[in-house]
Write a protein that binds this ligand. Sequence first.
Ligand SMILES: NC(=O)c1ccc[n+]([C@@H]2O[C@H](COP(=O)([O-])OP(=O)(O)OC[C@H]3O[C@@H](n4cnc5c(N)ncnc54)[C@H](OP(=O)(O)O)[C@@H]3O)[C@@H](O)[C@H]2O)c1
Length: 232
Amino acid sequence: MSSSPILSTIAVLGGTGKEGKGLAFRWAKAGYRVLIGSRNPEKAKAAAMEILDLLGGKVFVEGATNTRAAELAEIVVLTVPYSAHRETIESVRETLQGKILVDVTVPLAPPKVTRVQMPPAGSAAQEAYALLGPNVQVTSAFQNISYDLLMHPEPIECDVLVTGTSKEARLKTLKLVLAAGLIGWDAGPLENSAVVEGLTSVLIYINRESGSRNAGIKITGILAGSEHHIAL
Ligand SMILES: NC(=O)c1ccc[n+]([C@@H]2O[C@H](COP(=O)([O-])OP(=O)(O)OC[C@H]3O[C@@H](n4cnc5c(N)ncnc54)[C@H](OP(=O)(O)O)[C@@H]3O)[C@@H](O)[C@H]2O)c1
């Protein structure tokens, strides 16, 4: 266990998938209680077992339905394809009241995933906030981290930009970024998520053009000692 988190239980909705399972792996490894959410509880339990096996069983990770996982957690992370974004949020809207939702969704519109196509609300995260209402703090993070890198313990050469509806929620999300072994930055209000989400299409384009898989971003030029992540 490498940290003693304040938020002890994290639900990862769609945590059976590529990005969510990778984040769940890193948070379980860091000592958080992790609940993998799915539409199918058996699928969730299988994903939890996979993480338990990878980490030698000495961690807390369990599978449940998305609704049950959201009920039991203090902080809820959403990792589903954009096509399932609205439906998944609506299925847990009541359960999320008073909690924090960390939205990882990128509003990709296949097949043109290398082209930025933002929804009318401005971003997926702003859509989530509009659906959930003011009693749910919404943050947005991890859109620029390739799933490929998450299921390994090695350091990741990509920073995480965190935007959100309140400073408090952004700081809590930055703790999760740190726990996942990444450097995070408070990138301001939820409206700024449009840039972060859009950046994913740019990275996918760069990957395609360069024959790479894991293009990422780094924030540079920060005055020594002023890094938000160090202050956490
Ligand atoms: N993959 C990456 O490298 C990456 C990187 C950054 C951000 N993201 C973003 O993270 C999100 C998840 O990406 P992913 O690659 O992990 O996706 P994924 O593996 O295709 O799907 C994740 C999970 O979403 C659920 N899901 C799929 N279709 C659904 C539907 N029609 N209705 C309800 N739930 C559905 C499934 O869970 P159940 O069947 O168990 O319910 C699935 O396991 C996306 O918005 C993506 O843009 C991905």
